[in-house]
Design a protein around this ligand. Structure first.
Ligand SMILES: Cc1cc2nc3c(=O)[nH]c(=O)nc-3n(C[C@H](O)[C@H](O)[C@H](O)COP(=O)(O)OP(=O)(O)OC[C@H]3O[C@@H](n4cnc5c(N)ncnc54)[C@H](O)[C@@H]3O)c2cc1C
Length: 424
């Protein structure tokens, strides 16, 4: 154990937090209840990629998995890759690319194992499922200190519920030190991207709801609207894909780019001037889930426009990514990502000058109000960030886990009875 008061991580809230203690190893002493349960509201924060506001908090202890759980190994016979619980997605895809393999990571290379364990929505998900759908086995510890090693289709009835809950709700009752994942062939990608106006966005959303599984739309509305249409080319003569992409020729500002593989793409260009990693700002983000907008596109666009008009400062934005296709299928087995019908995952992002409590209050109110406006289109939550430090945590987890909430509470009671891990 090492005493250190700060953690070097991408998320600025967490980077600024004054830690009580920093731990690098999952060892028995971690689970001696007295360490945590005596102090009200305290739990252990886990850090993998360090991209969220919950991996470090003032006065709390962080278990930093990045140092001792950072191995990546690709088995060339099975094409399964084993990663440590502290591996970031950029390192994973860089390793895989050497062998012409890839993995459906999200829009950023920075997130760590938290991306995989909370679901993992990728521009490739429509074709390959969520990240959790590609988990083959895991190793780790339950909040009561019990070591677990589980493999897909080889769990006994007692283990089956843990296995399902790890896929989507792991952070509440377990510390995962190793994950085995299926990999995919690395294929070239065509991206059509650029700035559009609200009318064009409306048209493009309509088109995208008819896209085949290898094409997905992601858009971001900060100062202006920027879109990415992402098409995986399984073969370079793919006529159907070309026909869909030709429908976008009528939008003059959009540019076509060809990338040899997924790794070469960097989403969110500098021109967007996003505040995500600005050192003077703290931020929060909440992710929603819902189905195709269909005839509601015009009224959604009106609502979006109102939300952006009301944003309290320039840092705030709304963005969205498209899922559906394979993510709707349950053939990977049941999981705690319960809203399988979802085809859109919008997220609401706000930040504020880090010491300005008034601006923080206004920014968080804007998130909450915007969420309420968007609920009619996107009633559910993707719990990609834990917000137990915010007022709306309870509402979020209820909308994230739906009819599996009681099972999750039971698992938490049995396997993390002392509340060592983040509270539900
Ligand atoms: C720039 C950016 C782009 C993103 N794009 C996408 C996207 O396209 N699709 C998508 O689905 N999400 C996306 N996300 C969200 C991101 O995947 C989640 O917030 C994820 O939880 C972050 O994981 P982390 O390991 O980096 O975070 P951390 O802050 O290190 O961890 C977050 C929480 O996860 C838990 N956790 C992490 N690792 C473990 C472990 N090994 N065992 C148990 N619990 C663990 C901890 O409780 C921790 O509090 C994006 C985030 C950012 C910052």
């Amino acid at each position: 154990m090492k005493n250190n008061s700060l953690l070097e991580v991408p998320n600025i809230n967490s980077k600024d937090a004054k830690l009580k203690k920093l731990i690098y190893d999952v060892e028995d002493s971690l689970f001696y209840g007295g360490n945590y349960s005596n102090e009200e509201f305290e739990h252990l924060c886990i850090c993998s990629g360090g991209t969220t506001s919950s991996c470090a908090k003032n006065g709390f202890t962080t278990l930093d998995l990045r140092k001792n759980y950072s191995k990546i190994h690709l088995d060339r016979k099975t094409n399964l890759v084993t990663i440590g619980g502290g591996v970031i997605m950029g390192d994973l895809v860089n390793h895989l690319q050497k062998h012409n393999r890839s993995f459906p990571i999200g829009l950023s290379k920075l997130p760590g194992a938290g991306y995989v364990l909370t679901g993992g929505v990728s521009p490739l998900s429509r074709a390959y499922g969520l990240a959790i759908d590609n988990i083959e086995s895991i190793k780790g510890f339950l909040g009561n200190g019990t070591f677990i090693s589980l493999k897909k289709n080889q769990t006994n009835p007692e283990e089956q519920l843990i296995w399902e809950a790890i896929k989507g709700a792991a952070p509440f009752f377990s510390i995962i030190t190793e994950i085995e994942l299926k990999t995919i062939q690395s294929n070239p990608i065509k991206v059509i991207e650029g700035f559009v106006n609200l009318n064009e966005l409306s048209e493009i959303i309509k088109l995208s709801e008819e896209f085949p599984e290898n094409i997905s739309l992601q858009w971001i509305y900060a100062q202006k609207i920027y879109i990415y249409i992402f098409a995986e080319l399984n073969n370079l003569e793919d006529k159907i894909t070309e026909e869909y992409l030709m429908l976008l020729d009528k939008f003059p500002a959009l540019e076509k780019h060809f990338y040899e593989n997924f790794n070469k793409i960097n989403f969110f260009p500098r021109e967007l001037n996003l505040y995500e990693l600005k050192a003077d700002n703290h931020s929060e983000v909440i992710s929603l889930l819902g189905e195709d907008l269909k005839n509601d596109v015009p009224i959604f666009i009106k609502c979006l426009s109102e939300i952006i008009d009301n944003k309290p400062n320039n840092s705030c934005y709304i963005a969205s990514q498209q899922l559906g296709g394979k993510t709707k299928k349950l053939n990977h087995g049941s999981s705690f990502f319960v809203h399988r019908k979802s085809t859109w995952k919008p997220w609401i992002y706000a930040s504020w000058k880090k010491n300005d409590l008034q601006e923080k209050k206004v920014a968080l109110e804007w998130i909450y109000k915007s969420w309420n406006k968007l609920k009619r289109f996107y009633p559910n939550i993707h719990l990609a960030q834990l917000h137990n430090h915010l007022n709306f945590h309870e509402e979020e987890i209820t909308l994230a886990f739906g009819n599996r909430m009681n099972e999750l509470k039971t698992l938490k009671n049995i396997f993390d009875p002392q509340g060592i891990l983040p509270p539900l």
